[in-house]
Design a protein around this ligand. Structure first.
Ligand SMILES: [Zn+2]
Length: 442
C-alpha cells in the first residue's frame, strides 16, 4: 500500500515536471502559456486548415502592443522619478490634480484600464506591474508551485530562488535594464520604509521624491544589490545596501551606512576634476579618432569573419532551441543556450560598432568636439543644481552603475569607496548628433 502510494506520488511528480518542461518549451518559442498580460497582444498562429476549410489554430504568440507598452514605460519612469503608486494610479485615471504628470508620462489623456479588473487603475495593479519581469524580457517559472496535501488540497507555495527557471525573451522587452534597476532600487527603499514604525513625522512613501543623487544608480560590491537610501545616522540620511536592509544578513553582510550628502559631494568633486575638463575632452576625441583609424584598417577582414561567426552562432542557438523543445535535459541545454545567446549579442555589437565607426570623417570629429564642449559645460552646471537635474546629468555620464565598496578608515569608522565608469559618448545623444556618427566605445 505504501509502495503504491509512493509510485502514484512519483507519477504525479513526473507529470508535473512534464508540464513544466512543455511550458518552458512553448515559452521559448514565444507562445503564450498564461492569459492576457497588459502590454502585449495575443496573436493566434494557424497551421493550415482542416477538412472543412476551417483554419487550425496551432498556438498563441505574444507580441508587444505599442500603445500599452508606452503606458508601461510611463508607469516605470514615473515611479523611478520618485512618484508613489497612488499618484501613478491617479494620473492614469485622469485626476485633474495630476495633469502635469499625466502630460509628462502618459501623453495627457486618461489611460484606459487593463481589460481585466475593476474598470480603473488601482495602486495594487501598478504595484504588480512594477514587479513583472516579463517587461524586462525575462520569463520566470517555478517561483510558485501547487503542492498536494494528501492528494487533494492545493496550495501555492513559494519556491527557493535557485530552483526558478528564467528564460531570456528579448522580443518581449518593454522596459530597459537601466529603468528596471532604478525601479527595483526604489522598491527596496519603500520596502524598508513600510516596515518602519510610523511616528507621524515621516512623510508618506507615496509622496516622497527621491532626494539622493545615486540611489538606483549604484550597486553594492559585496552582493551586487542596489544601493538605496536606507536609514540615517546622526539625523543625516544615509546610503546603504538594499539587500542587507530588506532581505537578510545572509544575503549581504554589508551594513555600512554613510551620509548621502557626503557621498554625493565626493562624487561630484571627483567628476569635476577628472571628467569635466578640456583634457578629458581632448582624450575622448583622440580616442574616437583612434577607434575610427583602427577599425578602418582592420575592417574588411574582421567584418567577414564576424559575419561567418555570427551565422554559425545563430545556427547553434536554433539547434539548442530545437533540442529543448523535444525534451532532453533542460538545465544543461539552457546553460549552453544562454552562453550562445550572449555570444550572438556580443558579435552583433562588435559588427555594429565597426559599421558605425567607418562612417566617421574628420569633419564629423570636429562636430563631435563642439558638441562635447557644449555638453560638458551644461553637465557641470546641472551637477551643481538641484538633485533631480543632477541625477539626469549623471545618468548621461555613467557607463554602468556606481560601485560602492565598504572600506575601513584608520580610526575604525567605515566609508564607501566609489568606482564608476564614465563615458562622454552618451552625451552625444541621437537627437543632438543626428548628423554626426559617434563611434561606440568612447
Ligand atoms: Zn550588499
Amino acid at each position: 500500500m505504501a509502495a503504491r502510494g509512493f509510485a502514484a506520488e512519483m507519477e504525479r511528480e513526473k507529470a508535473k515536471q512534464r508540464t513544466r518542461d512543455a511550458l518552458l518549451a512553448r515559452a521559448k518559442r514565444g507562445h503564450v502559456t498564461g492569459g492576457v498580460v497588459y502590454g502585449y497582444r495575443n496573436v493566434p498562429v494557424f497551421t493550415g486548415s482542416d477538412a472543412s476549410g476551417n483554419p487550425i489554430r496551432s498556438h498563441v504568440r505574444q507580441t508587444i502592443a505599442d500603445g500599452e507598452a508606452r503606458v508601461v514605460r510611463g508607469i516605470y519612469q514615473m515611479f523611478a522619478d520618485g512618484h508613489g503608486l497612488k499618484s501613478i494610479a491617479k494620473a492614469l485615471n485622469g485626476d485633474g490634480k495630476l495633469q502635469a504628470e499625466s502630460d509628462r508620462y502618459f501623453g495627457g489623456a486618461r489611460v484606459s484600464p487593463p481589460r481585466k479588473g475593476s474598470g480603473s487603475w488601482a495602486p495594487s495593479c501598478v504595484h504588480a506591474m512594477l514587479k513583472r519581469e516579463r517587461y524586462r524580457g525575462k520569463l520566470t517559472w517555478g517561483a510558485f508551485r501547487n503542492t498536494d496535501r494528501g492528494g487533494r488540497t492545493k496550495r501555492r507555495v513559494k519556491q527557493p530562488e535557485d530552483s526558478w527557471v528564467t528564460v531570456e525573451a528579448p522580443d518581449l522587452r518593454i522596459v530597459s535594464e537601466e529603468l528596471w534597476h532604478s525601479v527595483e532600487a526604489r522598491r527596496q527603499e519603500n520596502a524598508h520604509r513600510f516596515t518602519q514604525p510610523t511616528d507621524g513625522t515621516s512623510s508618506a512613501p507615496s509622496s516622497r521624491v527621491s532626494q539622493s543623487l545615486l540611489s538606483g544608480l549604484a550597486s553594492c560590491t559585496a552582493c551586487g544589490g542596489p544601493i538605496i537610501i536606507s536609514g540615517s545616522r546622526k539625523r543625516a540620511q544615509c546610503y546603504g545596501c538594499g539587500y542587507y536592509r530588506n532581505r537578510r544578513p545572509t544575503v549581504c553582510a554589508n551594513q555600512l551606512l554613510e551620509s548621502i550628502a557626503a557621498v554625493d559631494r565626493r562624487l561630484i568633486r571627483e567628476i569635476e576634476c577628472t571628467v569635466l575638463t578640456p583634457e578629458a575632452r581632448r582624450f575622448t576625441l583622440e580616442r574616437a579618432a583612434e577607434i575610427v583609424h583602427d577599425r578602418l584598417r582592420s575592417e574588411p577582414d574582421r567584418l567577414t569573419s564576424l559575419a561567418t561567426e555570427l551565422a554559425q552562432a545563430k545556427r547553434e542557438v536554433e539547434n539548442l532551441l530545437r533540442a529543448i523543445e523535444s525534451g532532453g535535459a533542460p538545465e544543461t541545454l539552457l546553460d549552453r543556450l544562454r552562453e550562445k545567446t550572449e555570444r550572438v549579442k556580443s558579435l552583433t555589437a562588435e559588427m555594429r560598432a565597426i559599421q558605425s565607426a567607418t562612417r566617421i570623417s574628420p569633419r564629423n570629429l570636429r562636430q563631435i568636439d563642439r558638441l562635447l564642449e557644449e555638453s560638458l559645460k551644461r553637465t557641470g552646471d546641472l551637477l551643481l543644481g538641484d538633485v533631480v537635474r543632477a541625477r539626469q546629468a549623471l545618468t548621461k555620464l555613467l557607463a554602468g552603475r556606481v560601485q560602492f565598496t565598504p572600506t575601513a578608515l584608520a580610526d575604525g569608522r567605515g566609508t564607501y569607496r566609489l568606482e564608476a565608469e564614465l563615458t562622454l559618448g552618451k552625451m552625444l545623444s541621437p537627437e543632438a548628433s543626428s548628423k554626426v556618427h559617434v563611434p561606440d566605445g568612447i
